[in-house]
Design a protein around this ligand. Structure first.
Ligand code: GAR
Length: 223
């Protein structure tokens, strides 16, 4: 009789990239990362939220991932919060920090600490619509295309070099919710893809630019 089939190894023998994910809410992007991590060559070492009792924390716990809360309301100023957040991140010693719906503005000192190894997903085609309410503002502006971007985090809010974008056509009958849902579905593919590229060593930030496979890219990568 033949022996039982063994599962294929999920990596090629190298240690998978260790990732810490920062969230503030529902965590559907976190869920996309949880669901794809084994086949995309990374592992989620920990999930940190600045808000207690959000659904994203339950998603992490259900997947057996360590969770921490660093509550911004417990810190009188940004520097104190950022110091506590950095301590929580560093305890996991991650290779990459992923902001997935993390809704806090970070101090330049914090951003510098993770320069080149912290990425953020933002629901617009950056540099368009930095900040909040991106879907509403896209509809008000009457753009034909909207979407999502993943960028390296720099001190400039939503202003770091863009790695990749997913583009979504705006339909004539779109409202904010419909458009947001279509963009979010694309985010769930875009973010794991970028983390996989990072895990494969294909991505870097140098001289304020994105390098992919050893070349500085002129445009965000399509996804
Ligand atoms: C996502 O649409 C993400 O792009 C956005 O928050 C949402 C979080 O959803 N992030 C920002 O606006 C950051 N400026 P999720 O918690 O279900 O992943």
């Amino acid at each position: 009789m033949r022996g039982a089939l063994r599962p294929l190894p999920v990596t090629t023998g190298t240690t998978p990239l260790s990732v810490v994910v920062l969230i503030s809410g529902g965590g559907t992007n976190l869920q996309a990362l949880i669901d794809t991590a084994p086949r995309r060559g990374f592992r989620i070492a920990g999930v940190i939220s600045n808000r207690p009792a959000v659904k994203g924390l339950a998603r992490a716990a259900a997947a057996g991932i360590a969770t921490r809360v660093v509550d911004h309301t417990a810190h009188p100023d940004r520097a104190g919060f950022d110091a506590a957040l950095a301590a929580a991140i560093d305890a996991f010693a991650p290779d990459l920090v992923v902001l997935a719906g993390f809704m806090r503005i970070l101090t330049p000192a914090f951003v510098d600490r993770y320069r080149g190894r912290m990425i953020n997903i933002h629901p617009s085609l950056l540099p368009a619509f930095q900040g909040l309410h991106t879907h509403r503002r896209a509809l008000e502006a009457g753009v034909a295309e909207h979407g999502a971007s993943v960028h390296f985090v720099t001190a400039e809010l939503d202003g770091g070099p863009v790695i990749a974008q997913a583009r979504v056509a705006v339909e004539a009958d779109d409202d904010e919710d419909r458009l947001a849902a279509r963009v979010l579905a694309r985010e769930h593919v875009l973010l794991p893809q970028v983390v996989e590229w990072f895990a494969l060593g294909r991505l870097a930030m140098r001289d304020g630019r994105v390098w992919f496979d050893g070349t500085a890219i002129a445009q965000p990568l399509p996804c």
